[in-house]
Design a protein around this ligand. Structure first.
Ligand SMILES: NC(=O)c1ccc[n+]([C@@H]2O[C@H](COP(=O)([O-])OP(=O)(O)OC[C@H]3O[C@@H](n4cnc5c(N)ncnc54)[C@H](O)[C@@H]3O)[C@@H](O)[C@H]2O)c1
Length: 217
């Protein structure tokens, strides 16, 4: 179904983005893999098994110039673009007292600004192919949670950005977003699961409690 489709997945050196790149690659697509650095991108490609349908598009999407560079590398190497998946993101919790400007900018730039400017950079190529965009928001883009107000704000922004752009750019292209629950990746391990400062319950218990299926994805 995706034979020779041209796909860019940001944040695909690991985690959800990597699994997304893998699924597209297994389905026959040509996939541009993106991590922040040349090394992390190469490692992601190696773990996908390498091959001529995998292209390296390293770069930091937390700046406008970075978004344009990453999308530019992908579009040039693939000869156009059919699908953009914006999966790159960061997620750390901090109570409001500790959420300073640097933390706010770090979260917002990767999650919200990066998503917007990757969409913007890919627009011409996607309009030409009548392609589509999938943004990765979060269940925390739909509901709030204590200690994660900056993350939740960024992901709520991705939901609203998706609604607005899908209206603005139709009928040339479709834009959707997904709002995953907990998925067992480095991000969740770092920030949630491995915390041991909660004497009443381990983080995994908390994850299970927030997940109707009683297990992490
Ligand atoms: N894991 C979860 O439970 C979960 C749930 C809901 C939403 N999400 C969202 O899914 C997306 C992927 O998360 P994950 O769990 O796979 O995280 P992860 O930390 O395992 O992977 C994040 C990926 O994004 C890349 N990245 C981060 N900042 C970047 C930047 N500025 N420029 C380029 N690449 C950058 C990293 O290099 C890595 O490849 C994120 O947007 C996250 O908010 C995750």
């Amino acid at each position: 179904m995706f034979n020779d489709k041209r796909i860019l997945v940001t944040g695909s050196s690991r985690g959800i983005g990597w699994a997304t790149a893998k699924a597209f690659h297994n389905a026959g697509a040509r996939v541009a893999v993106n991590g922040r650095t040349v090394e992390s991108t190469a490692a992601g490609i190696e773990r996908l098994g390498g091959g001529e349908r995998l292209i390296a598009a390293p770069g930091d999407i937390a700046t406008v110039a970075g978004c344009e560079a990453v999308v530019g590398i992908a579009v040039d190497a693939l000869g156009g673009l059919d699908v953009l998946v914006n999966s790159a993101g960061v997620g750390k919790g901090r109570p409001i007292e500790e959420a300073d400007e640097a933390f706010y900018d770090w979260t917002m730039n990767a999650n919200l600004k990066g998503t917007f400017f990757c969409c913007r950079a890919a627009m011409l190529a996607l309009r030409e192919s009548r392609g589509n965009i999938v943004n990765v928001s979060s269940m925390y883009g739909l509901t709030g949670t204590a200690g994660h107000s900056v993350y939740c704000t960024s992901k709520g922004g991705v939901v609203m950005m998706t609604r607005s752009l899908s209206a603005e750019l139709a009928p040339d292209m479709r834009i959707n977003c997904v709002c995953p629950g907990y998925i067992d990746t480095d991000m969740v391990r770092r920030d949630w699961i491995d915390k041991t400062d909660d004497p009443a319950a381990t983080m995994r218990d908390a994850v299970d409690a927030y997940t109707p299926m009683n297990r992490i994805g």
